[in-house]
Design a protein around this ligand. Structure first.
Ligand SMILES: [Cu+2]
Length: 178
């Protein structure tokens, strides 16, 4: 175990914040076409914004705010949960798993090798990824997520329901000086 992994992660892309700290609400809609609307949000550096995330589709979506490393980490964790059947979310059990061949061969050497590589990737990313914040939004519902844009870099947002991130369900933040 590396001692540096016990230190707080640098808030390179900002951090989660309390709703009462926010000075603005931005609505973001998610749909089954795997798109965010808007797909780009502009914020001032230091600004604290509540994202009101609305799922207008018929399947589960989620909204994760964070840097690229944090997005990659979350994507790998979701893949691991899916492949080990540890979703824990009954609303996700009806999702389309076509194309996820590894779920169909849980005991093959190839699957074990894949899961081992996935676990290593998660461990590596977990040591370097900055903070992220995530919320699942069932169909027809909305959830709030508050983010402080206090980092030096602009985070990105995305949905990590299996195949959604890969399908282009991502958005970008443009950070303007205060
Ligand atoms: Cu999605």
């Amino acid at each position: 175990m590396n001692a540096s992994s016990d230190r707080p992660r640098p808030q390179t892309y900002g951090r989660g914040a309390l709703p009462q700290e926010a000075t603005r609400v931005v609505e973001v809609r998610m749909d089954d076409g795997l798109r965010f609307n808007p797909a780009t949000v502009t914020a001032r550096r230091g600004e604290i914004v509540t994202f009101r995330v609305i799922n207008t589709g018929k399947v589960m979506h989620e909204f994760t705010m964070g840097g690229q490393d944090a997005q990659d980490l979350h994507e790998a964790q979701m893949a691991e949960m899916t492949m080990t059947g540890q979703s824990g979310d009954p609303t996700m059990s009806g999702m389309d798993m076509t194309g996820m061949d590894h779920t169909k061969m849980p005991s093959t050497p190839e699957h074990k090798k894949y899961m081992s590589l996935l676990a290593k990737r998660i461990a590596t990313l977990d040591r370097t990824a900055a903070a992220n914040l995530s919320v699942h939004v069932p169909p027809g519902q909305s959830r709030d997520l508050t983010w402080a844009f206090t980092g030096e870099k602009a985070p990105v947002y995305g949905c990590h329901v299996p195949q959604h991130w890969a399908g282009g369900m991502r958005g970008t933040v443009v950070l303007n000086p205060t």
